[in-house]
Write a protein that binds this ligand. Structure first.
Ligand code: NAD
Length: 409
C-alpha cells in the first residue's frame, strides 16, 4: 500500500507539474512514535503513531489493533489521511496509529490495559489541538472512552476533544456509526446526478457488508432507491438469480447478523450463493468495494465488468488494478473522497466537544452531506476540466491544498 500511495502521488504530482521537492514535501512524514507496550501477562507489543502533516490543522486519523500492523502500513495510511482531509476541505492534517496485536486474544481487562498504556506513552504528543486519534480496525467506542479517560487523568484536560469516536454519553456524536456508509451513499448519488444517471434504474453489488458496507447498502436502498442485486462477505457472494431479467433485489433489513456480515441470513428462493470473489465479475452498473485493501489487483482487474466503482475501503484497488480499469474506461470514485464520511463526522464531533454542544443526528447528517456533495462536485469538475480520472483529480486537489497551506504557514 505504501508503494501504491507513493506512485499515485508521484503520478498526480507530475500531472500538476510539481517539482520533485514539492512531491517530497507531500510524502515527508513529520513524526514517528514507535514504542513497546508490555502487558501484565508478560507479552510485549509494538505500538505506533505516525504524524504525517499538520499544515492544515491538527493531525487526525484512526488507531487500529491488528496483528499485521507495521510501520510501513501506518505510514501509508497517515499519508492517505492528510490527503483525505485535504480532499474534502477539512481543517485537519493526517496521522495514523496502531498496535500489532490480535485484540480477540485479550481479556477485557488486558484490552483496557493496552488502550490506557497506548495513551500513557503518547500523551505528550497528542491532544485536542495537536493530534486527535479516532477508531479504526478493531477499535470501538469503549476503547476510545478508556483512552479519553486516561488522557484526561494524566493531563487534566476535560474537553473530551482529545479523541473522536467516543460513546454518545461520553461526548460522542450522533450519526458517527453510519457516517462512512452514509458519506459513500451521498458521493455515488451526487456522481450519478452529475453524470445524468438515475440510481433507481441501476444495479449495485457490494463487496463486504460490515459496518461501512451494511450502512451503505441500507441507505442506498432507502434513500437512492438503488437496486441491490449482490452482496458478499469473507466467505461468499449472494446474488439475485438472473438479475438482468427480473426486478428482484436484496434488502439488508433481513440481515440479522449485520455486524458480523453473515449474509446466510438473506438466503431465499430468489437468490443463489457463488464464490466469495464472484461479486467482482458480475455485470452490474455499480460495484462497491467495502471490504479490505488490495482486492482488485493485476490478476483480476480485467474480469471486473461494472463501469462504475465506489471505493469505500481504503485502497481496495492497487496500482496495476487502477491502470487496467482506467484503460478500459471504468469510473472509480476514489477512497479519499468516497469514504471520508467517517473523518468528516469525527471533525463534527470535535467541533461539538469544543463548543460544549450536542447536535441532533439530522444536523450532523446535513453538515456531512454539505462536505460530501461539495467534494464530489469538485473532483468531478476538476477531472473533466483536465481530462484525468477522478482518483488523480482528488489527489491533485488534495496535494495543491497541502502545498498552499505550507506556503501560508
Ligand atoms: P468491518 O470489519 O465491519 O467489515 C468488513 C467486512 O468485510 C466484513 O463483513 C467481512 O466479512 C468482509 N470481508 C472481509 N474479507 C472479505 C472479502 N475478501 N470479500 C468480501 N468481504 C470480505 O469493517 P468496516 O468498518 O466496515 O470497514 C470496511 C473498510 O472500510 C476497511 O477497509 C476500512 O479500513 C474502511 N474504512 C472504514 C471506515 C469506518 O468508518 N469504519 C472509514 C474509512 C474507511
Amino acid at each position: 500500500m505504501i508503494l501504491t500511495a507513493k506512485h499515485l502521488i508521484e503520478k498526480a504530482g507530475k500531472h500538476l507539474g510539481l517539482s520533485q521537492q514539492e512531491i517530497d514535501y507531500i510524502l515527508k512524514i513529520d513524526h514517528e512514535h514507535v514504542f513497546d507496550i508490555v502487558l501484565d501477562n508478560g507479552s510485549t507489543h509494538k505500538a505506533y503513531r505516525v504524524q504525517h502533516n499538520n499544515s492544515r490543522g491538527p493531525y487526525k486519523g484512526g488507531i487500529r489493533f491488528h496483528p499485521q500492523v507495521d510501520l510501513n502500513e501506518v505510514r501509508a495510511l497517515s499519508i492517505l489521511m492528510s490527503l483525505k482531509t485535504a480532499a474534502v476541505g477539512l481543517p485537519l492534517g493526517g496521522g495514523k496509529g496502531g498496535v500489532a496485536i490480535d485484540p480477540r486474544s485479550l481479556s477485557e481487562t488486558e484490552l483496557e490495559q493496552l488502550s490506557r498504556a497506548y495513551v500513557g506513552h503518547l500523551h505528550p504528543h497528542i491532544g485536542p489541538d495537536t493530534d486527535i486519534p479516532a477508531p479504526d480496525v478493531n477499535i470501538n467506542s469503549q476503547i476510545i472512552d478508556w483512552m479519553v479517560d486516561e488522557y484526561e487523568t494524566i493531563t487534566g484536560d476535560k474537553s473530551k476533544a482529545s479523541f473522536t469516536g467516543k460513546s454518545i454519553g461520553k461526548g460522542g456524536s450522533f450519526g458517527r456509526e453510519a457516517a462512512t456508509g452514509r458519506g459513500g451513499m451521498i458521493a455515488i448519488g451526487e456522481y450519478l446526478k452529475l453524470a445524468g444517471k438515475n440510481p433507481s434504474e441501476m444495479t449495485f453489488a457490494i463487496q463486504g457488508v460490515g459496518n461501512v458496507g451494511a450502512f451503505f447498502t441500507k441507505l442506498a436502498e432507502t434513500e437512492l432507491r438503488a437496486r441491490i442485486v449482490a452482496v458478499s462477505d469473507s466467505q461468499r457472494t449472494l446474488v439475485v438469480k438472473d438479475f438482468s431479467n427480473n426486478k428482484d433485489f436484496i434488502s439488508l433489513e433481513g440481515l440479522k447478523n449485520r455486524r458480523k456480515g453473515l449474509i446466510d441470513d438473506l438466503a431465499n428462493s430468489h437468490v443463489e450463493f457463488l464464490d466469495r470473489d464472484a461479486i467482482l465479475e458480475l455485470p452490474v452498473d455499480v460495484l462497491v468495494l467495502a471490504a479490505l485493501g488490495d482486492t482488485v489487483v493485476k490478476g483480476n482487474a480485467n474480469m471486473v465488468k461494472a463501469p462504475i466503482i465506489l471505493e469505500l475501503a481504503n485502497g481496495p484497488i492497487d496500482e496495476d488494478g487502477f491502470d487496467t480499469l482506467t484503460a478500459k474506461g471504468t469510473v472509480i470514485i476514489p477512497d479519499i473522497v468516497a469514504n471520508a464520511g467517517g473523518v468528516i463526522v469525527s471533525h463534527l464531533e470535535w467541533l461539538q466537544n469544543k463548543a460544549g454542544e450536542s447536535w441532533s443526528e439530522e444536523q450532523v447528517n446535513e453538515k456531512l452531506a454539505e462536505y460530501m456533495v461539495a467534494a464530489t462536485r469538485e473532483i468531478y469538475e476538476y477531472g473533466k476540466e483536465h481530462n484525468i480520472p477522478l482518483k488523480q483529480a482528488a489527489l491533485a486537489l488534495a496535494m495543491k491544498r497541502l502545498l498552499e497551506s505550507k506556503k501560508a504557514k
